[in-house]
Design a protein around this ligand. Structure first.
Ligand SMILES: [Zn+2]
Length: 593
C-alpha cells in the first residue's frame, strides 16, 4: 500500500552561496530519500524554499548597498540554478517571501494565541533616535563587557566568542550610522515553551527507539537537563512577516519562528499550483503521514523541539482559522535525521574566508554524479567527515569508475558489438547465472532497508558491493573468450550481466540519477526513469517569485528486479563517468582560501 511521505528540507538563508557541506548536510540526503520513495511508488512530496527574512539578509543588503528583496532574489536564483544542475528534485522549492507563507505563518501565530501559548513581555532594547527605530542586536556594536574587545557585535563577541546580552555592551554605537543608541522599553511576544514542555517530552519519548542519538541528545536530553523556557518570537524589524495584531507596527515574526512554518505553507502552495488545492491535507491532517526533516546539526533544537511545540500548541485552531475547519490537527515530525558537519581538508568550512568548495563552482568543472557519489559515501551521518581532494579523485577513479562505470561499459559495448545492438537471447540460464541474479535481486531488500532507515551511506556501500559481485561473475565467465568457441554460452553470460546491471541501475538511481538515466536509455528503454525539473514565475501581492518544481515520470513501482527482455534494442553506449587526473588535486587545493 502506498504511503504519504513528507520530505521537509532545511531552508537556506538567501544571503550566501551553497557549499558542499550544506549539500551533504541536508539537501542531497533529502533528494536521495525522495527519489527512492518515488521509485517504490509511495506518495512523496519534497518541499522547501529560501529563507528570505531576518537580519542575515538585511545585514548582507547593507553590506552590498542593495535592498533585502534584491539580496533574497539574487541568492534564490543561484539556489534554483544549483538545485537543477545537481538534480535535487523538489516538488516545490519556494521562498518565505510569499503571500501564502505570510498568511499561514500569521494563522499559526494567532492559533497559538487562541490556545494561550503566547504571552507578551516588556524588555529593554537599543533604540536609535537618529533613525527613529529599535536596533536588532546585530546592528549594535560596542566594547565587550566580558573581555574588553572593542568591536563586539550585540549578539556575539568575536574577541572571546561569547554570546552577549546586547543591552550590557559598553560604548554602544549603531552599525548603520555610528550614532549612540539609547535603551528604551519595547514589548515582544513569547512562545510559552514551559507550558508545552510535557507534551514535547512525550512526543520525543515516543521516538526514542529510532532517532539518531545526537538528535535525541540535543532535544530530549537538553530538556530533561535544563527544562524549556519562554522564547521571544517577535523582533523590532521591518523586513519580515508583520505581527498580525493592531498596534504592533515595526515588529515582525522572528525569522526562526516563521521559517519552520514553511514546511506547511510550501505543501499548501504545492497543492494549489498542482490544481488540487486540498491535497496537502492528505499529508498535514493525516496522522499516518511520515514527515522526515533533513537538516544539519546546528538546527536540531528548532526542528526537534520548537517546531513540534508550535504544532502541538496550535491544536485544532490552525484548521479553524485557516479554512474554517474543525477537528483537524497538524501531524508531528516522524524523524529528524540531522547530519553532522563536513570539514574541508581538515579544517572547518568557512564561507567568509573562502575555505569552501562551492556547489556551482564545482559543477562548472565536474559532473553532478561524482559529487553526489562522494558526498554520499562520505556523508556525516554519525560523525563529522572531511572533504579531501585526493580522496575525491581516488574514490572517483577506484570506486565509481572502476567498480561500476567499467562494469557497465564492458558488458554494454561487448553486447552492442557482438549481437547487432541487441540484448542477446540466452536460452536456459545456467546455475551460476541464476545465482548472481538472485544475489542482485536480494539487494532490493537490503539496499531498501538501509534507505528506509535513512542510512544512505550504508545503502550506497551495499549497492557497490553488489556491483563488485557482478564484476567477479563477468571476470569468471569471460564472455570475450567464450564467444570464440561457444557463442551460446557467451549469450548467457552477457544476458545475465545486462540483467544484473539493469537491476543495479535502479539500486544506484537515487544516488546517481544522471548516469542511471543514461544507462536506462542505453539499455533500450523508451520511457525515462525520472521526471523533469523546471522553474515557474508566480505572482502575488508581494510581487513576483520564482519557484522550482518537479514533474514526476509516468512510471511508478520501479523498485524491483529487472525483467530485461531478450532481443531488446540497445543504444550505442559511451562511458558513464570519466577518470580524473591526479593533478587536479593540486589545482583544486590552490583555489582554496
Ligand atoms: Zn568578548
Amino acid at each position: 500500500m502506498s504511503e504519504n511521505i513528507l520530505v521537509a528540507v532545511a531552508w537556506p538563508y538567501a544571503n550566501s552561496q551553497i557549499h558542499v557541506g550544506n549539500i551533504t548536510g541536508s539537501y542531497l540526503p533529502a533528494d536521495i530519500f525522495t527519489r527512492y520513495h518515488r521509485l517504490v511508488g509511495n506518495r512523496v512530496i519534497m518541499v522547501s524554499g529560501s529563507d528570505a527574512h531576518g537580519t542575515p539578509v538585511t545585514v548582507r543588503a547593507d553590506a552590498e548597498g542593495i535592498t533585502p528583496v534584491q539580496v533574497y532574489q539574487k541568492y534564490h536564483a543561484g539556489f534554483l540554478d544549483l538545485f537543477q544542475k545537481l538534480g535535487l528534485t523538489y516538488d516545490l522549492y519556494t521562498s518565505t517571501h510569499t503571500q501564502n507563507h505570510f498568511k499561514v505563518a500569521q494563522d499559526i501565530f494567532l492559533a497559538l494565541q487562541k490556545n494561550h501559548y503566547i504571552y507578551s513581555e516588556r524588555q529593554q532594547q537599543w533604540y536609535a533616535p537618529s533613525q527613529g527605530r529599535f536596533l536588532p542586536d546585530r546592528y549594535v556594536e560596542g566594547t565587550c563587557y566580558l573581555c574588553g574587545y572593542l568591536n563586539a557585535r550585540g549578539d556575539q563577541c568575536d574577541g572571546c566568542g561569547s554570546l552577549l546580552d546586547a543591552t550590557l555592551l559598553i560604548d554602544p554605537r549603531s552599525k548603520i550610522d555610528g550614532t549612540t543608541p539609547e535603551l528604551r522599553e519595547t514589548e515582544h511576544f513569547y512562545l510559552d515553551l514551559s507550558a508545552l514542555e510535557s507534551p514535547v517530552v512525550e512526543f520525543l519519548r515516543q521516538r526514542e527507539g529510532y532517532w539518531r542519538s545526537n538528535v535525541l541528545r540535543q532535544s530530549l536530553g537538553q530538556i530533561l537537563a535544563d527544562g524549556l523556557r519562554g522564547r521571544a518570537i517577535t523582533r523590532d524589524l521591518d523586513w519580515g512577516i508583520p505581527v498580525p495584531m493592531e498596534g504592533w507596527d515595526g515588529k515582525c515574526l522572528y525569522v526562526w519562528f516563521e521559517a519552520v512554518i514553511g514546511y506547511l505553507s510550501a505543501a499548501i502552495e504545492w497543492a494549489e499550483i498542482a490544481g488540487e488545492p486540498s491535497t496537502w491535507e492528505d499529508w498535514w491532517y493525516n496522522p499516518e503521514m511520515r514527515g522526515y526533516y533533513f537538516i544539519g546539526k546546528d538546527n536540531i533544537p528548532f526542528h526537534a523541539v520548537i517546531w513540534p511545540a508550535q504544532l502541538i500548541g496550535v491544536g485544532e485552531w490552525f484548521g479553524k482559522l485557516f479554512q474554517d475547519r474543525a477537528d483537524t490537527r497538524l501531524t508531528l515530525p516522524y524523524d529528524v535525521p540531522a547530519n553532522e558537519f563536513m570539514n574541508l581538508e581538515g579544517r572547518k568550512i568557512s564561507g567568509s574566508r573562502n575555505w569552501a568548495v562551492w556547489g556551482l563552482d564545482f559543477l562548472s568543472r565536474y559532473d553532478p554524479d561524482p559529487l553526489r557519489y562522494y558526498l554520499t559515501i562520505n556523508m556525516p551521518e554519525s560523525k563529522d567527515t572531511d572533504w579531501d581532494w585526493e580522496d575525491f579523485v581516488r574514490r572517483n577513479n577506484d570506486e565509481l569508475v572502476a567498480t561500476w562505470g567499467n562494469l557497465v561499459n564492458r558488458a554494454l559495448s561487448f553486447s552492442y558489438r557482438n549481437w547487432e545492438g541487441h540484448v542477446p537471447e540466452p536460452g536456459d540460464l545456467r546455475s551460476e547465472d541464476r545465482e548472481i541474479l538472485a544475489t542482485i535481486e536480494a539487494g532490493f531488500q537490503s539496499v531498501g532497508e538501509h534507505l528506509d532507515a535513512v542510512h544512505l551511506r550504508a545503502a550506497l556501500l551495499e549497492a557497490l558491493r553488489l556491483a563488485s559481485e557482478v564484476n567477479k561473475y563477468l571476470d569468471k565467465s569471460a564472455p570475450w573468450f567464450e564467444i570464440k568457441s561457444d557463442k551460446a554460452a557467451a549469450s548467457k553470460s552477457i544476458y545475465t550481466s545486462l540483467r544484473a546491471i539493469d537491476s543495479l541501475k535502479i539500486l544506484f538511481a537515487p544516488f546517481l540519477p544522471f548516469s542511471c538515466e543514461r544507462l536506462h536509455a542505453y539499455l533500450g528503454y523508451l520511457q525515462p526513469l525520472f521526471g523533469n525539473q523546471f522553474t515557474e514565475n508566480r505572482e502575488d501581492e508581494l510581487g513576483e517569485h520564482v519557484v522550482l518544481r518537479y514533474q514526476p515520470g509516468i512510471t511508478a513501482d520501479q523498485w524491483q528486479p529487472s525483467q530485461l527482455k531478450p532481443g531488446q534494442t540497445l543504444v550505442e553506449p559511451s562511458p558513464l563517468f570519466r577518470k580524473l587526473d591526479i593533478k587536479v588535486v593540486e589545482e583544486e587545493r590552490a583555489r582554496l582560501g
